[in-house]
Design a protein around this ligand. Structure first.
Ligand SMILES: [Zn+2]
Length: 166
């Protein structure tokens, strides 16, 4: 059990490398899932569970580094997380596969890089909207952008596990 396990965040970004024992705890507490099993296969047995030793796990909830307990609409946003939050759907036409992030209230006019002002958008809609508000462009939003939802209890449980591992 001296093996170390790579931990990816919910958004697949590299997060940490932790001892296998800690990874197994995250798995048994349903805070993470196994992405890649260790080879050769080795099953970790405890009183209650038998889990194949992982090589890479993924946290089920996004965890901020360093821990940040409050994420609200005014929080400075990561474009990657905005795309993930909106499931890569364009907030203007609803098409899947949006790869750009649009400032609802244009950046050129003071719109912020925060979760309440950013939506996923396809390149076409983003280009068409340009430096206009949705109203001015006649392109109503299909949903109101909000900070990504976080379950603080689960986040704290994850932080506790990760802190214990260091
Ligand atoms: Zn679009």
């Amino acid at each position: 059990m001296n093996t170390r396990v790579r931990v990816l965040n919910a958004t697949y970004e590299d997060f940490d490398v932790i001892p296998a024992a800690r990874a197994v705890v995250l798995l048994t507490e349903d805070l993470a899932i196994t992405l890649v099993e260790h080879t050769p296969r080795f099953v970790v047995r405890s009183q209650h569970v038998a889990i194949p030793l992982p090589r890479t796990i993924q946290l089920l909830e996004y965890v901020h580094t360093p821990p940040r307990p409050v994420v609200d609409d005014d929080t400075r946003a990561s474009f990657k997380i905005v795309l993930a939050r909106d499931h890569h759907r364009c907030a203007y036409c609803g098409d899947a596969g949006a790869t750009t992030v649009d400032h609802v209230y244009p950046r050129s006019r003071g719109g912020g890089d925060n979760y309440g002002n950013l939506v996923a958008a396809c390149a076409d809609c983003n280009g068409r909207k340009a430096d206009r508000t949705p109203e001015e462009a006649g392109m109503p939003l299909l949903w109101v952008p909000r900070a990504p939802r976080t379950d603080h209890k689960r986040q704290h449980a994850i932080w506790r596990e990760l802190t214990l591992s260091n």
